[in-house]
Design a protein. Structure first.
Length: 147
């Protein structure tokens, strides 16, 4: 805290890892830092941590390069903030902007999740109901988003 750091950047690792680094290092934050985060997946748990730790998402960008999508999340400490489950899943600002890259990403993920759900039905071993319901719920959210 005594270093007067104004920004922290964590990029190129999973959202859960970024969340864990932030959580384990909370004592080192002075509560004024802007966070610039680029998770490779796991955006939901990262956004969830931000919300529960008083960080408002002030910027979100989705970039598409080759076959990869890169999300950049910028957050600032503002005190209590509340996001819906769908805002945490898609990104509150991404939901508003609905950029072409955002739509393309979710069209692709919808197809993947539909294939996953179909493979669950053909699986020799039963898949936990909680997992099936989770994928089905995500498919419903994405379908609503894209219609």
């Amino acid at each position: 805290p005594g270093d007067a750091i104004t920004a922290v950047s964590l990029c190129g690792m999973g959202g859960e890892t970024i969340r864990d680094i932030l959580d384990n290092g909370k004592a080192r934050l002075n509560g004024q830092e802007r966070l610039v985060l680029q998770p490779n997946g796991g955006e939901y748990p990262l956004r969830h941590w931000l919300m529960h730790n008083g960080y408002r998402i002030v910027g979100e960008e989705l970039l598409h390069e080759n076959r990869f999508y890169y999300e950049i999340i910028v957050a600032e400490p503002t005190g209590p903030v509340s996001y819906t489950e769908q805002q945490l899943y898609f990104g509150p600002l991404q939901l508003l902007a609905r950029s072409p890259a955002f739509v393309a990403k979710w069209q692709r993920l919808l197809q993947q999740k539909q294939k996953t759900l179909a493979s669950f039905e053909k699986a020799r071993q039963s898949v936990p109901e909680e997992k099936v319901h989770g994928i089905a719920r995500e498919i419903q959210w994405i379908t609503q988003l894209l219609t």
